[in-house]
Design a protein around this ligand. Sequence first.
Ligand code: SF4
Length: 76
Amino acid sequence: SQALLQEDDDEAKATGYHADAAKVDKAKFPKYAAGQTCANCQLYAPDGNKPSGGCALFYGKDVLAKGWCNAWEKKA
Ligand code: SF4
């Protein structure tokens, strides 16, 4: 595991990353739909059963499984 991406990191702000998908403001992020989380995003790389894992977007940082960002993509 790696350092956790923080919401106030520049790359997090650039993609609208939220540590808790439930707190995403739909008015600001119209792409967001209830139920979307990093855990069910195509770009997420789970780390066993840990609460965080890798994301193809963020090199060297982990994201929370319950997080979300504007690049969310349905798992194929
Ligand atoms: Fe989470 Fe997917 Fe965004 Fe990565 S691309 S932060 S896994 S929602």
